[in-house]
Design a protein. Structure first.
Length: 244
């Protein structure tokens, strides 16, 4: 776009121009050739026209720039939205983790009571007190000595505890825990100690005193006779003897 700027120099204008008209009422000269109005002061100035070129931004460039700005703004908005979504996802995950409770079902364990006597060993009264040093020392010895034999014999073996001691040399009353799904029977439990007795030197074991849940186990054979059976055997013995 071009803009014309007129300037005037201090020279006399030809006021006798045949195209000039003078309006004396307002002291203004009008040149019909240029269509400009001049005051008397301008008559003594020479007019020059200077053209300035003003560069206007190309509409295409402006539109492209605006589009880039809009794209950048949209990208920033998308990034912000993505960050917000990520934050929401993290918050949801944290909330889910906080509210998740893992429930573990305890394994069912069957406990068998193992009893045996250690002959030629002296019983002391402090063995009756679980908190005493004598009780705890002997209990630890029994657990560390007998436990490995049962662990090797039965995959279902879980625990071994000493419940109490009683007088009679020293009688040990212990609890053996096995998984309820595959707990061995009393004969198998007793036989392990019978077979291990010859390999144990930390304390003595009377194999004839070994019992599991009240059932006596001797040399690998369990003996459990009820009162009814005993009476029947006594009766049969009496009948046989009377017939002779």
């Amino acid at each position: 776009m071009s803009i014309q700027i007129h300037s005037y120099h201090d020279v006399s204008c030809d006021i006798n121009c045949d195209l000039a008209k003078i309006y004396s009422c307002c002291n203004v000269f009008v040149c019909s050739r240029e269509h400009y109005h001049y005051s008397p002061f301008h008559l003594f100035l020479t007019k020059e026209t200077t053209t300035l070129n003003v560069t206007t931004a190309s509409p295409t460039i402006a539109a492209t720039t605006a589009a880039r700005v809009a794209t950048t703004a949209a990208s920033a908005a998308t990034t912000a939205a993505s960050a917000a979504t990520t934050a929401a996802s993290v918050a949801t995950t944290a909330a889910s983790a906080a509210t998740t409770v893992t429930t573990t079902t305890a394994e069912a364990v069957t406990t068998a009571q193992l009893t045996f006597r250690s002959p030629a060993e002296t019983f002391t009264s402090d063995l009756l007190v679980p908190s005493s040093a004598a009780f705890q020392t002997r209990a630890a010895l029994l657990v560390s000595t007998i436990g490995p034999f049962y662990k090797e014999a039965f995959p279902s073996f879980r625990t071994i505890t000493v419940n109490s001691f009683s007088n009679g040399s020293i009688i040990q009353i212990m609890g053996l825990g096995f998984s309820s799904t595959s707990a061995p029977n009393v004969t198998l439990i007793g036989n392990v100690l019978v077979e291990a007795a010859s390999n144990i030197s930390a304390f003595s074991i009377d194999i004839n005193s070994i019992s599991v849940d009240g059932t006596k186990v001797s040399s690998g054979v369990s003996h459990k006779i009820s009162l009814t059976t005993a009476c029947f055997l006594v009766l049969m013995s009496w009948i046989l003897s009377s017939q002779q």
